[in-house]
Design a protein around this ligand. Structure first.
Ligand SMILES: [Zn+2]
Length: 645
């Protein structure tokens, strides 16, 4: 077993040295890229059978706030899965059958054994629930001061639940260690683990030593610093059958890993633009690997172009086994979990590309631009969804548009935004949103469309310039929506207050409709005076014969000037402008209206319903694309149902 492990380990490390990187495995940057506020030395031993981790960590934390603090909160995320009483569970973070599970291995926890400072044990208390522990410090920590907390803990992984845990032979180690909150100004940001939110952490360095049983193959954030040769295997002195993996990462704000027996999965390594990219996958999914690799390259290219060059030397892509669905499609610094498809002979399905591009996009919009995902989830999910949309459009749309079904890349966004009412402004903190649907709409779908609306308003290069400005000025910090707005205003030179009020902070919709199209005959006749005599003339049509009339309605709350294009029966075409302020308006024409379209130039991507914003005399037929997609959707559902999805 050990010999096989040596072979695996040598494969794992040797290529790193071969290409002569400018960085070293245990030191990536000559000078820190981030403020390095929370730095972790972690040593943990995995009990593979029990899926339990016994850990100790030294947390070196610096007060970068404006005032002294007497407390330091620690996230104990795994306690969200301790039982149905956690906030996460009560908010519906798990389907009800799992919430009633009587199997102990379905549940997890993070038990804090001891927190000490300078050899003295510290007391504390839980916060709103057991996912946050507030450590009471013996003395206030002044701004600029650094403390080193010694923390001992035990983590029990649940069956895969919300991004983390085990399933079959796979274990995803995410949110697995006690982690400091973020102290900003005079207050801590350390929210309990909610059902509809993600995370927020300070940048720092991570030196992690994981003691794992022989024969397990580890995928992880950062670089591996030992196992440089067959002699360099670090055996665990306390556990003769274990080896210790020494790992390092710099200027990141989280650390994740995934493990499987080496016989169950393997990896391949590529290099692209100086980044070592590792793919971990199971044999049957090998077909997905080239597709994921193309997607990673596209995301790295466009991330560099639209934000800033990917700063880290490594990137790991974990293709999560199907039984661990729930851990896939997630982002961590320098590590993402991807999706794959098992049956796709004609490449009709695009999960391998879409999910990979999205998660790699998060390396910027969350990884490097570490906004608060609890308070402003749209800043990471929304900008990443916009990024995904743009990369997919640039890289794959031509391919899909010509050879496959015509699927608009914003299709997914429309399902969310067009189908649902906007209950919450996109600036709403995650836990205060109405429900999961509202969270998806406000954090993912609507922000993408808001950015497309901005592109139409300001021009695409201006929006790209603004995002580049946002990325370069806020990298390795905790930007807010105000920072993003400032970058947009700087790049465009415009005051965006009205736009912000309507689209970002409001819940109103942009909804204009062609409400009525009618034709009236121009008639003359009846009792008329002719040569001084009253005479009855039968009513008859006179020039121009028939008139067209069109009534427009503003059905949403947002008021914008909008263009109407019409074609009349005499084949003439007209463009008219309406300021869009009143609830309705009407236009008349000298000939009947044959066709009409509101916003013909696509200046308002957020127009709620383009069907009722257009008119034609002939009914629209449902053609091949409509029926084809319906049938294909049905086939996919069946495949998914029988486990081939
Ligand atoms: Zn995302």
């Amino acid at each position: 077993m050990l010999r096989r492990l040596f072979a695996v380990l040598c494969l794992w490390v040797l290529p790193l040295g071969a290409s002569g990187p400018k960085w070293s495995l245990d030191r990536w940057f000559d000078s820190p890229r981030s403020p390095r506020i929370a730095n972790y030395h972690i040593q943990a031993t995995l009990d593979w059978q029990a899926k339990r981790l016994d850990g100790r960590e030294t947390l070196s934390w610096r007060n970068t706030g404006a005032v002294p603090t007497r407390e330091l909160p620690l996230h104990l995320y795994m306690n969200a899965f301790k039982g149905p009483q956690s906030r996460f569970m009560q908010e519906g973070g798990l389907r009800s059958s799992r919430r009633r599970s009587g199997q102990p291995q379905d549940w997890g926890y993070c038990h804090l054994k001891e927190v000490s400072l300078n050899g003295h044990a510290l007391q504390g208390h839980f916060g709103e629930d057991e996912t946050v522990w507030w450590v009471r410090l013996s003395e206030p920590v002044a701004p600029g001061e650094t403390i080193r907390l010694q923390i001992a803990w035990e983590t029990q992984f649940p069956r895969v639940t919300a991004r983390t845990g085990w399933s079959g032979h796979f274990l995803m180690g995410a949110q697995w260690f006690p982690k400091a909150g973020v102290f900003q100004g005079d207050r801590w940001a350390c929210a309990p683990y909610h059902a509809h939110t993600e995370f927020f952490g300070d940048f720092g360095t991570y030196d992690v030593e994981l003691s794992l049983p022989n024969g397990l193959l580890l995928a992880h954030t950062g670089t591996q610093v030992n196992f440089q040769s067959a002699e360099d295997v670090t055996k665990d002195p306390d556990r003769p059958l274990n080896v210790i993996w020494k790992l390092h990462a710099e200027d990141v704000h989280d650390f994740a890993w995934a493990v499987m027996p080496a016989r169950s999965w393997s990896y391949q390594k590529y290099e692209y633009r100086g980044v070592q990219i590792f793919y971990f996958f199971q044999g049957p999914n090998v077909d997905n690997l080239p597709r994921q690799h193309e997607a990673v390259k596209a995301a790295l290219r466009h991330g560099t172009e639209w934000a800033l060059p990917y700063p880290y030397p490594v990137l790991t892509v974990v293709d999560v086994p199907p039984e661990a669905h729930g851990a896939d499609g997630m982002e961590y610094p320098t590590l993402v979990t991807a999706s794959s498809v098992a049956f796709d002979p004609f490449r009709f399905r695009f999960a391998p590309e879409l999910v990979t591009v999205h998660e790699v996009g998060h390396q910027w919009f969350q990884g490097i631009l570490a906004s608060n995902e609890v308070d402003e989830p749209w800043l990471d999910e929304g900008l990443t969804s916009w990024f995904t949309h743009r990369v997919m459009e640039r890289t794959y749309q031509t391919l899909w548009g010509t050879r496959r079904f015509q699927i608009g890349t914003e299709f997914g966004e429309w399902i969310g935004y067009g189908g649902e009412r906007s209950w919450d402004p996109i600036t709403t903190p995650g836990p205060r949103m109405r429900n999961g649907w509202s969270y998806t709409t406000a954090a993912y779908s609507k922000p993408t469309l808001v950015l497309l609306q901005l592109e139409a308003l300001l021009g695409r290069p201006v929006v790209e310039q603004a995002i580049r400005d946002y990325a370069r000025t806020q990298a390795f910090g905790h930007p807010t929506a105000a920072d993003f707005k400032r970058s947009l205003e700087r790049a465009s030179g415009r005051d965006l207050s009205t736009f912000w009020r309507d689209f970002v902070e409001g819940t109103g919709s942009l909804d204009y409709a062609i409400a009525e199209v009618e034709t009236t005959e121009v008639m003359q006749g009846g009792w008329m005076m002719r040569n001084g005599q009253r005479e009855f003339v039968p009513p008859q049509q006179v020039a121009p014969g028939r008139r067209g009339r069109i009534v427009l309605e503003r059905r949403g709350e947002i008021q914008v000037p909008i263009t109407l294009w019409v074609r009349l029966e005499d084949r003439s075409e007209h463009r008219l402008s309406w300021d869009g302020q009143s609830r309705w308006t009407a236009f008349t024409f000298d000939h009947p209206v044959v066709a009409a379209v509101l916003d013909p130039d696509g200046n308002h991507p957020m127009l709620k319903d383009r069907l009722h914003a257009s008119y034609t005399q002939r009914p629209v037929r449902r053609g091949f694309h409509y029926w084809g997609q319906l049938v294909w959707g049905g086939v996919l559902s069946v495949l998914q149902g029988v486990g081939l999805g």
